[in-house]
Write a new protein. Structure first.
Length: 486
């Protein structure tokens, strides 16, 4: 048990002396007495945590418990447990706390999409977790009416929760903590969680650079970047050459400190010979492939009121090309981006744009039924998975040179589910509602949209209206193939 032997005045004096030392040298000259008291208890009570910290660069720099967890007495989340009361301690360390030493990194992160990931609350994804999948069965002091455990244990653990604190006790509500979601909304009002990538209490730079670290969130049917990376030539090279990656080096410049393979961090944020490291991971990405139709990244930044909106998507592309040129030559890089953007165009022209038109028209029909509710019809799930799962997979996989994911998990699934589910469901809606007086106008609009889509260049083959010359050329190639492999 910690013995509280310091008065508030002494604690304040120690904090001020620590800040003074930091102002002169940037780091404490020695572990503060307050941190030593913390260690005196936690080394025994939490040996794993203590050992992790002891192996960290923080320990070597005399940055201890108090330097990170120190809080103002007025903070709502200050610990009031009868043990830490006189110290001014908060459990959560926010990006603003990290900014005491890591000002530039914190500024970059706070201006990134990562730190804004918690803004999905109220989105279609979260509506699925809270209503369609879940219920209000998880009741806590700060959610007396209940909240969905599906959202708490799923969405919020990657995107971040809005931390709620009991104002009477200072306790963190169980629905919102523990949570290291990268867009967590903290009690101090800041957005983001540095420990999403820099796991406490070792804060290992090697761990943060490993692709597995990103795989906590960037995997699965809707954004399988980790699986895509593992299949790519980059991932294969990394797995074969981890001992050559120099992952724990303070200076980590691609093409200089390592050449064996890139990781996620290499391409999206780490240093090159001409670029500094940046904790804004969107500054090398031209296309935001998250929405049904891809958007230029600076347009999304503008929508979110981020200062990086001033950096155009083409400029970001040039920054990524600079990374690529650390290992590849110019023609290779130029042609890769032509291939990648051709896949985006294919997805949008054949699936996204006509799919959105069909879904809007079908929804207009369904809404003529007074019992209509979103995600209460097969077509809601079919269209959602077409763009949210298969469409993203195809685009993400093409962006990272993973052919199997691009094709079999991407464009093949798009075509299969379009023809075997989406179009039949459109026809079923027409059949079900066309005899209803209050649906006539909407049904006719849906029928016209379906006819337009099926007669488009991408789909007219499916109603036996393919250009004869195109069909003849394809059949000739097929015949030559069969002859070759008799």
């Amino acid at each position: 048990m910690i013995r509280i032997i310091k008065t508030l005045t002494i604690v304040a004096a120690i904090a001020l002396s620590t800040l003074a030392a930091g102002a002169e040298s940037g780091l404490p000259e020695a572990l503060t007495e307050v941190t030593k008291e913390c260690v005196g208890c936690h080394a025994e009570a939490n040996p794993g945590m203590y050992q992790q910290w002891g192996a960290s660069k923080h320990y070597g720099a005399n940055v201890g418990c108090y330097e990170c967890h120190a809080a103002n007495k007025a903070d709502i989340d200050i610990l009031r447990d009868g043990i830490h009361d006189d110290y001014g301690i908060a459990t959560i360390v926010s990006p603003l706390d990290c900014a005491r030493c890591h000002a530039q990194e914190s500024k970059e992160f706070l201006n990134s999409h990562h730190s804004k990931a918690g803004r999905i609350m109220g989105s279609l994804d979260n509506m699925l977790a809270e209503v369609v999948e879940g219920n209000n069965g998880m009741v806590t002091p700060m959610f007396p009416a209940g909240i969905s455990a599906a959202a708490v244990n799923g969405c919020w653990q990657c995107h971040g929760s809005e931390i709620r604190v009991d104002p009477e006790t200072g306790k963190l509500d169980a629905a919102t903590w523990p949570n290291t979601g990268i867009g967590r909304v903290n009690p101090d009002g800041s957005e983001g969680s540095c420990t999403a990538c820099h796991s406490r209490h070792s804060f290992s730079v090697a761990l943060a650079r490993r692709p597995e670290n990103c795989g906590k969130c960037h995997l699965g049917p809707d954004h399988p970047q980790y699986e895509v990376y593992q299949e790519s030539k980059h991932g294969i090279a990394y797995n074969a050459s981890q001992d050559k990656m120099n992952l724990d080096s303070s200076k980590w410049i691609v093409g200089e400190d390592y050449t064996a393979a890139p990781t996620c961090a290499t391409c999206h944020m780490s240093a090159t010979k001409t670029q500094a490291i940046s904790h804004n991971i969107g500054l090398r990405i031209k296309w935001n492939n998250r929405p049904p139709i891809s958007k230029l990244s600076h347009e999304t930044d503008r929508k979110w009121n981020l200062s990086s909106a001033s950096i155009t998507a083409d400029t970001r592309r040039e920054k990524m090309i600079d990374v690529c040129l650390s290992c590849h030559q110019q023609t290779f890089v130029d042609n890769f981006f032509i291939q990648y953007e051709a896949l985006i165009d294919l997805y949008e022209d054949k699936y996204a744009k006509p799919g959105l038109k069909l879904y809007a028209a079908a929804t207009d029909v369904l809404k003529t039924d007074p019992t209509y509710a979103k995600f209460n019809h097969p077509i809601d799930f079919t269209w959602f998975e077409l763009w949210h799962h298969e469409g993203r997979r195809a685009r993400h996989a093409a962006s990272m040179m993973a052919p199997d994911y691009t094709h079999w998990h991407g464009t093949y699934d798009l075509a299969k589910n379009w023809l075997s589910h989406y179009i039949p469901e459109i026809k079923e809606i027409i059949h079900k509602y066309e005899g209803r007086e209050n649906s006539k106008e909407q049904v006719e609009a849906l029928k016209a949209t379906l006819e337009e889509v099926q007669n488009s260049d991408g789909w007219k083959w499916s109603i036996n209206k393919e250009d004869p010359a195109v069909k003849e050329a394809r059949e000739k190639r097929q015949a030559e193939f069969k002859e070759r492999y008799k």
